[in-house]
Design a protein around this ligand. Structure first.
Ligand code: PGA
Length: 230
């Protein structure tokens, strides 16, 4: 079971070190922490957890202001990256082609990748969930195939940071659909908390969780990790 913590634009290096001092997950669960770029070095220093970035560019270097390459992440000791998070897609204009290029380049450079997909509320309500997931997952599958270092995260956009979680049944259906297109582990994300983690993670199609808000507190993240082992 894999529990990944997406810290988004929270925690500078000092807060990252403080978190790591207080974070004590149980054995038997793989933990990945995804701090902001500025805190990656501080997180790697602790040497205790797998550290991923929140994004990665497809070129090794070049005139791409604001971007970071897989080679740079390697040099820091970072072993993977998220790509295609819905905040990147919605707020920063990333499309399926960019997400696919990011995923392929990172995997080719030897990084692990968690590629995020998910529908908006409008898309769900208009009955387009499967169409949207198919387009997003096929773009990743076309670029990256079923690479062993690739995982997916199903994150319904309407459940992110809203306190509104997908029901286990709804999440299960979406995960089964995604796996039918690309047979890789699929994490669930969207308002995962200590209170709902066990029920979600009990679904056979759910291989772990991508946790935002509830991953910022070390005790809360450790509780979610415990739910993953039970
Ligand atoms: P959330 O975020 O747990 O705060 O809903 C999840 C994510 O955006 O990855």
């Amino acid at each position: 079971m894999l529990i990944a913590a997406n810290w988004k634009m929270f925690k500078g290096p000092a807060e990252t070190r403080a978190f790591l001092e207080g974070f004590d997950p149980p054995a038997g669960v793989d933990v990945i922490l995804c701090p902001p770029y500025a805190s990656l070095a501080a997180a790697v220093e602790s040497g205790r957890h797998t550290i991923y970035a929140q994004n990665v560019h497809w070129e090794p270097s070049g005139a791409y202001t604001g971007e970071i390459s897989a080679e740079m992440l390697h040099e820091l000791g970072v072993t993977g990256a998220l790509v295609g998070h819905s905040e990147r897609r919605q707020l920063f204009g990333e499309n399926d082609e960019m997400v696919a290029r990011r995923a392929r380049a990172a995997l080719e450079a030897g990084l692990g990748v968690i590629a995020c997909v998910g529908e908006t509320l409008e898309q769900r309500e208009s009955g387009d969930t499967e169409l949207v997931l198919k387009i997003q997952v096929e773009a990743i599958a076309f670029a990256a195939g079923d690479h062993p270092n690739l995982a997916l995260a199903y994150e319904p956009v309407w459940a992110i940071g809203t306190g509104r979680t997908a029901t286990p049944e709804l999440a299960r259906e979406a995960h089964a659909f995604v796996k039918g297109i690309l047979d890789r582990p699929v994490l669930y994300g969207g308002s995962v908390k200590p209170e709902n983690a066990a029920e979600l993670l009990a679904q056979p199609e759910i291989d772990g969780a991508l946790v935002g808000g509830a991953s910022l507190d070390p005790d809360s993240l450790a509780q979610i990790c415990r739910a993953a082992t039970s």
